[in-house]
Design a protein. Structure first.
Length: 145
């Protein structure tokens, strides 16, 4: 875990009846959707209509995790807070806190890598992203490590 995290985006998302499974709580895959929606909202807020892909490069997730602290149930709204952590040359860490009714229900993480869409190979983070994400030494700026 990185101590150098900064808040990036907060999203409020409704729990839908169809998010529930046979066990009577929100299915575990939906937690990943809550995190994904928050991440996509952040990308579109930064990149506008492009969402990061019209230039032929963009973000992909190379791993994701979620720790389920308690089961979400309908009805309710989930507040998902996304923070960004350390960056490397082509990637950075993202972290998520999922709260409902003022209590923590889950937390997760995902490593985001920028790739050339045509080749599938990693490319340096765009300066617009790199300047927002702390480097491993805690500094910010457009330079790549």
């Amino acid at each position: 875990m990185s101590a150098a995290r900064r808040h990036a985006h907060t999203s409020i998302q409704p729990i839908r009846w169809g998010d529930m499974d046979a066990m009577g709580h929100v299915n575990n895959t939906v937690y990943f959707r809550f995190m994904e929606q928050t991440r996509i909202e952040w990308f579109f807020a930064l990149e506008g209509d492009r969402g990061g892909y019209t230039s032929g490069v963009g973000p992909v997730i190379v791993n994701a995790s979620c720790t389920f602290e308690r089961p979400l149930v309908y009805p309710g709204d989930v507040e998902v807070r996304m923070s960004i952590g350390e960056r490397g040359r082509s990637s950075f860490e993202s972290y998520y806190e999922l709260d409902c009714r003022g209590e923590r229900y889950a937390h997760g993480a995902a490593r985001i890598v920028w790739i050339d869409v045509a080749t599938g190979k990693s490319v340096p983070l765009p300066a617009s992203i790199a300047q927002l994400v702390p480097a491993r030494d805690g500094s910010t700026g457009g330079g790549h490590r």
